[in-house]
Design a protein around this ligand. Sequence first.
Ligand SMILES: [Zn+2]
Length: 220
Amino acid sequence: MIRRVGRSPKIQLRWLVERFARQDVPGLFDEKLAQAGWELAVFLAADTDDDSVLRERLAVLRRVARRSNLISIVCNECWRAVTDGLTAMDGERGWRLTVPQKDVVGRWSDETEMFSWKEPDPWDFSRVQPDIGEFVELFEERIYETLGAEARRLRICLECRKPFVANGRQQYCRQGCSQTRRTRDWAQAPSRQSEDQQKGRLRSADPEEVGTERKGPTTV
Ligand SMILES: [Zn+2]
């Protein structure tokens, strides 16, 4: 599961845009929904390089999942957030995201004899029960981070307008789309151009044709 979602922002972005968003999450149930929920859980948790931190977070999520169907509800909410965003980014409105505000807690420590601000750990559910809103906020934050790191890779296919994650200068989501585009370009512009060029050459070769060339456009 972790391998599927990946550890680097590039692979995670690909999972988000080309796997998670392209599934019909509202139409999934039972095992398929559980699978999508777990992949989402890994995505939420995997913004750390530390394997032990990741394992701890996944254990927290497993406990949450055992107690309720929260993960599958969150899965639907998050899917809607990302698919709406991907559609909106190609429109006038744009992809709007509220980057969650951070709470900080200031404490004096007798140990260090210092005062400091600390962000509470969003994965610490020992005192508060997690709710849907918290996970969706976490998801939006993860989208923001992942896309922030790899924004240049998120593209819209110039042929079918599907969002995809590009390798290098890739402009089309798949081979088929670039082939369709090339076939159309070949069928249209270049052949017409070469016909025109041929006519042009004939006209300039024949002085009498020059006059008809001027009248030409009005008769067409
Ligand atoms: Zn395409």
